[in-house]
Design a protein around this ligand. Structure first.
Ligand code: CA
Length: 234
């Protein structure tokens, strides 16, 4: 059973979708506008979103953009529901990271088949995510959900801090020069100095206490994630 969120303002379509999804054994949540949809996404765990393009408040494209820009939501599959004449919006939507689209009036069987495909693919990726999770004692780095947990509590990291800790931990035992480390993680900051990386590392260490000792300073070189973490996972 998957949890599916329908963001759609037309009651008839809500009803048809809910009926068919529940018949397939899914748990269905419905939001009639973009803001309610985003609110629902943030407070519950959702496996897939059906997103109408024309909504009463913010349009579907904007909702899609918000989903993809939020690291905790970005991995959720989105299927857009479009009306005739919105083909140009489809192109934009796919560019914004929507996974698929179905044009209204849609054939329900086709839509159900596409939902099934997306859920299967997403489940494979989640399995992959579990394998890609890095764990060092109570410090867990989850690269798919872009999350770091300290003793089961999510800690708020900036994107740069997340990329840094993930990169260093993925290459535990290797010392990296401070100059160039931000380039390695593909950070877009235009002016990078040794000082910049030191500030990121200092903030990162403070946030991952009491596991900050995993990030070691290598005198005259830069930083290294402790090999101890490799020997004692979990
Ligand atoms: Ca609509």
């Amino acid at each position: 059973m998957s949890r599916i969120l329908i963001i759609e303002d037309e009651p008839d379509i809500q009803t048809v979708l809910r009926f068919n999804l529940e018949k397939d054994g899914h748990h269905v949540l419905v939001a009639a506008n973009g803001n309610d949809g985003l609110h629902e996404l943030r407070r519950s765990t959702i496996d897939l979103v059906l997103l109408d393009l024309m909504l009463p408040d913010r349009d579907g494209l904007e909702v899609c953009r918000v989903i993809r820009a939020d690291p905790s939501l970005a991995g959720i599959p989105v299927i857009m529901l479009t009306a005739k004449g919105e083909e140009s919006d489809v192109v934009i939507g796919l560019g914004l990271g929507a996974d698929d689209y179905v044009a209204k009036p849609f054939r329900i069987k086709e839509l159900m088949a596409r939902i099934k495909v997306r859920l299967l693919r997403s489940r494979e990726e989640t399995g992959d995510a579990e394998r890609r999770r890095l764990q060092f004692q109570g410090l867990v780095i989850d690269p798919v959900r872009h999350r770091v947990l300290i003793d089961d509590q999510v800690v708020q990291l900036t994107l740069t801090e997340f990329k840094l800790v993930h990169y260093l931990a993925s290459h535990a035992g290797i010392a990296y020069e401070r100059y160039g480390l931000l380039d390695r993680i593909g950070d877009g900051e235009s002016i990078v100095t040794d000082r910049t990386i030191d500030v990121h590392i200092r903030n990162l260490r403070r946030k991952i206490e009491p596991y900050d000792h995993f990030i070691e300073t290598v005198r005259g070189v830069g930083y290294r994630f402790s090999e101890l973490g490799v020997r004692e996972p979990g």
